[in-house]
Design a binder for this molecule. Structure first.
Ligand SMILES: Cc1ncc(COP(=O)(O)O)c(C=O)c1O
Length: 373
């Protein structure tokens, strides 16, 4: 295991520098290649990453863009969302999932999450579907796939599109099939801390649909695929050559890093299983979790976080306020009883440190601190 002497605390929440050191010569050479060829926007590095990411995920088309948030927006604009169209999304996610619905002209309709898995509760989706519903955005939150079979069945029954939000779930699988291959389109973030992270902002879309791939690529590139030929009005959302080159270096390591995250999670499970004060994460049947985040629940969450902090253990809350209760959605006038599960989780959840380079000793140190609280 790598030397953790670069860590500034006994257990950082994540350690991007340790990952860089483990592949430094390859990353430095890739960056130097981009600079030497001045291929900063689109060009061979971007095209290579799009091909290899699509291939690694087993989906025919990859359209890269500037970040994960843009990818959600681009997908909805390419799916031709209209004012008044309703899109169903989970009450527990990062705000990108829903702010982009509004920006694309649609109306956000929140659905509560499942108490065990934190993902959208399929049993509650039907009640949210109206004559104005056009799509559903399941989020594979924390690295665990949403329950895709019933979600896909509902979409088919009601003629709705699905955009999978895979920002936290690169290589996660549902019933053996990789996430990002189910919906009309799938959105990915390569924010530096993600399971596959760039060295700046970066994002991509996957799709099985050739025509949709073309519309998404056009929209992200000023409405045209050839310079000067603008078939529609679009936006400027491009992956740059430097980020693409870094991502191409990292992609072959993703499967191994995922395995390491799963090993860290397994160790946490065994060390925390007998602590009655801690609710450990639950992975639904048929779902392979990639542990972007390892999220426990504790009734004294804030005190526990302070206690861990005093022992040099960094934790994060993902997220302190569920989406419907943010000031950004005050207009919807939701109350806690509208989304009791997401509301209940917001005061109990705590994300523990997890990253591929984390040592057994670090995991043991975190678990011992929690058990000693
Ligand atoms: C669930 C989810 N969706 C979307 C995004 C947006 O990604 P980005 O930060 O690359 O815009 C994120 C990133 O934090 C996320 O966690």
């Amino acid at each position: 295991m790598p030397d953790m002497s670069t860590a500034t605390t006994p257990v950082p929440f994540a350690d991007l520098h340790a990952q860089y050191l483990s592949i430094r010569p390859e990353v430095d050479a890739a960056i130097a290649d981009v600079i030497a060829s001045s291929a900063f926007i689109r060009g061979p590095f971007v095209e290579k990453f799009e091909r290899s990411f699509a291939e690694a995920m087993g989906v025919p088309h990859c359209v890269s863009c500037a970040n994960g948030t843009d990818s959600l927006y681009i997908a909805m604009r390419a799916l031709d969302i209209k004012p008044g169209d309703e899109v169903i999304a989970p009450a527990h996610s990062w705000i990108s999932t829903t702010e982009t619905i509004t920006q694309a002209g649609g109306t956000v309709v929140f659905c509560d999450t499942d108490p065990a898995t934190f993902t959208i509760d399929p049993a509650q989706i039907s009640a949210k579907i109206t004559s104005r519903t056009v799509g559903i955005i399941p989020v594979h939150l924390f690295g665990q796939p949403a329950d895709m079979d019933p979600i896909m069945a509902l979409a088919q029954q009601h003629g709705l599109w699905i955009i999978e939000d895979c920002a936290q779930a690169h290589l996660a699988r549902y019933k053996g099939r990789v996430v990002g291959s189910f919906g009309n389109a799938a959105s990915f973030s390569f924010y530096p801390g993600k399971n596959l992270g760039a060295m700046g902002d970066a994002g991509a879309l996957l799709t099985n649909d050739t025509a949709l791939a073309e519309r998404m690529a056009m929209f992200a590139r000023h409405g045209g695929l050839t310079k000067g030929e603008h078939r529609i009005e679009g936006i400027n959302s491009r992956l740059d050559g430097l980020q693409a080159a870094v991502l191409s270096v990292k992609l072959p390591y993703l499967a191994g890093w995922t395995l390491r995250r799963q090993e860290v999670a397994t160790l946490y499970y065994s060390l925390l299983a007998n602590n009655p004060a801690v609710t450990i994460p639950v992975c639904g049947a048929g779902r392979e979790h990639v542990y972007h985040l390892y999220v426990i629940q504790h009734s004294q969450r804030d005190r526990l976080a302070t206690f861990l902090g005093s022992r040099g253990i960094q934790t994060v809350i993902n997220y302190p306020v569920a989406l419907p209760f943010l000031p950004a959605y005050a207009r919807l006038e939701h109350v806690p009883t509208d989304f009791p599960v997401a509301y209940g989780h917001q005061s109990k959840i705590l994300s523990l440190p997890i990253f591929p380079e984390m040592t057994v000793e670090q995991v043991q140190y975190v678990a011992a601190a929690i058990n000693g609280f």
